[in-house]
Design a protein around this ligand. Structure first.
Ligand SMILES: [Zn+2]
Length: 132
């Protein structure tokens, strides 16, 4: 079985991936202007360099998505078709993530964070939010 490729952290994203490894979705909040980031060393809104980690709500909406019918890596061949998309978190930042469930997705649909694991690392994934 081929190993699934997983993201590698760098100094800007270390907090984000460390939280995911523990099953959490964390943000970095700029202490100078309050802008939320997933990964940052310098705030792109104010050039601030001091951030405080905080838990994200886990709520977001689908900004864009795709359904994949061709495995671009052998580790994903047994999952076809699968969906991935850009999720805009309620706090503002966007990330590309797996969209879970064999359901029709739509731009603007509400989704909720659902932690996943692959190759010993935490993965940020999302599933359509249920009402009520
Ligand atoms: Zn800032």
């Amino acid at each position: 079985m081929t190993s699934q490729p997983v993201p590698e952290s760098d100094p800007a994203s270390a907090q984000f991936f460390a939280a995911l490894d523990e099953g959490r979705l964390d943000l970095l909040r700029c202490r100078q202007c309050g802008t939320a980031h997933l990964a940052a060393l310098v705030c792109d809104a104010c050039n601030g360099t001091v951030f405080a980690p905080e838990p994200a709500s886990g709520a977001g909406t689908i900004f864009s998505f795709t359904r994949t019918y061709i495995a671009h890596h052998p580790a994903f061949a047994d999952r076809l078709p699968y969906c991935g998309g850009i999720v805009e978190l309620a706090e503002g930042p966007r990330l590309f993530a797996p969209l879970l469930g064999d359901v029709p997705f739509a731009v603007g649909a509400a989704v909720a964070f659902e932690p996943q694991r692959a190759e010993g690392r935490g993965i940020a994934a999302f599933r359509l939010a249920t009402s009520g």
